[in-house]
Design a protein around this ligand. Structure first.
Ligand code: HAM
Length: 413
């Protein structure tokens, strides 16, 4: 047997996912976001430049292939870089450009609970907006989606502030001094990170490294006046908006493009891969050869992880009920055409209808209809065909009545 590729999923029931998508679309439309869709294939260099060469995603996890005539292309590992590319390439003049999209991303990571190689994100971006109030408003929008629309309770919003380029430069020097003292005890990957891209040490999964970094200098202790003001203002505004959060001074997110605000929504119910939404502020204009920096904020919600949480929470949500099902039983081949004509009539009136075509005894057909969850069973035998009638059985009450075929819709509605 040929099985599915490791780290991919067969999604065999999309009802809950569609409910979430329905909710998120309604929610984002209230905040004036526009839905867009972008290609899954992009030039590899778009992500190398935007996410950074030393990030795990770019250095280890990309699905890259070379085609005959084109540059190296890849399956997108995320959407932010693509949104910025689309913003620039399409000369979008709207300021800010508030957009969201949904689709598959690809990262060659080690699969585990909540981590796949093909996974799905709802990606939300506010491109070209500088205000710190935008950050607070954006985070409030997410928090209210999770708590008011999906009724999630047991989650934590982690918040940090990465400052401006100068702040990070200063911080990197302090971090380097700190690492010099402990460098014999850090893993080989972190030794490389220290030299090449020091902030990435905080992505290390190694327990002994993590312990050492718990005493490392904090970025928020060394912010410039302007960044410090924004960091304070962000926290103050979130408090005014009743958004609970915890400061996480070592939250740096796994991608190089972040500056200033970064955040993650995490749930202990998810185990090791506990973040179901992550994002922050970034400026990708320069990396994509623009004069303007285009300061922006965005996030991505991991659909697979969100589904794990919402699945446990279903009884608190008003998920639309399945439509009641009517099942038609043609008792012999002679009634099959009539069954299809009758089904068409019902379906044209928005009634969910199915037909059992297999030859079987009445008892077996009834059992099958019951298993399918039929509300009504419509029996078409020789007699019914001759009389232009149908025998309608209510599967809940067990009562049957014979009605004219022309009256059957009235009887089912
Ligand atoms: P990210 O933190 O890499 O950020 O991914 C965001 C979310 O996608 C994670 O919190 C997680 O829920 C989900 N996710 C990531 N990798 C996997 C995986 N292998 N399997 C399952 N779920 C996964 C970004 O992608 C940024 N582009 C977010 C952003 C948008 N920042 C600004 N704008």
């Amino acid at each position: 047997m040929i099985s599915k590729v490791r780290g991919t999923q067969d999604l065999l029931d999309l009802r809950l996912r569609n409910f979430i998508m329905d909710q998120v679309k309604k929610h984002l439309q209230c905040y004036n976001f526009l839905e867009i869709d972008l290609p899954i294939l992009e030039h590899t260099k778009l992500f190398v430049r935007s996410l950074g060469q030393e990030t795990d995603v770019v250095s280890k996890e990309m699905y890259i292939f070379n085609t005959a005539k084109e540059d190296s292309i890849c399956l997108r590992p995320e959407l932010t870089a693509s949104v910025m590319r689309a913003f620039i390439e399409n000369n979008i003049e709207k300021k800010p450009w508030k957009v969201f999209s949904y689709g598959p991303m690809f990262r060659h990571e080690r699969p585990q609970k909540g981590r796949w190689r093909q996974f799905y994100q709802i990606n939300i971006e506010v491109v070209n907006s500088d205000s710190i109030c935008q950050d607070a408003h954006f985070i409030k929008m997410l928090d209210s989606f999770f708590s008011d629309k999906l009724m999630l309770e047991d989650y934590v919003l982690k918040l940090n502030f990465l400052g401006c380029l100068q702040d990070r430069k200063k911080h990197k020097d302090l971090l380097n001094d700190y690492l010099e003292k402990v460098k014999t005890n850090i893993c080989d990957t972190c030794k490389v990170r220290k030299e090449k891209n020091i902030l990435r040490i905080f992505d290390c999964k190694n327990e002994s490294c993590k312990k050492l970094y718990a005493d490392a200098p904090k970025l928020t202790d060394n912010l410039c006046k302007d960044c410090n003001y924004k960091w304070e203002k962000l926290q103050e505004t979130l408090q005014i908006l009743s958004v609970s959060f915890v400061q996480d001074p070592y939250l740096v997110r796994g991608l190089d493009y972040y500056n200033k605000t970064v955040f993650e929504f995490c749930s202990p119910e998810l185990g090791a891969q506990d973040a179901f939404c992550g994002g922050g502020r970034y400026s990708l204009g320069k990396e994509l050869e623009q004069k303007n920096d285009y300061p922006s904020i965005g996030c991505a919600i991991g659909m697979g992880r969100l589904l794990i949480l919402v699945d446990k929470n279903q009884d608190k949500l008003s998920i639309p009920q399945e439509k009641a099902l009517d099942v038609i039983l043609p008792m012999s081949q002679e009634q099959q055409n009539l069954a299809m004509l009758l089904a068409y009539e019902l379906q044209s009136n928005n009634l969910c209808t199915d037909i059992i075509f297999q030859k079987a005894s009445m008892t077996n057909m009834m059992k099958k209809a019951n298993k399918m969850g039929a509300k009504y069973v419509l029996i078409l035998g020789d007699q019914e065909q001759k009389d232009c009638t149908v025998t309608v059985k209510n599967m809940q009450s067990g009562k049957s009545e014979t009605v004219k075929q022309t009256d059957v819709i009235k009887c089912l509605m």
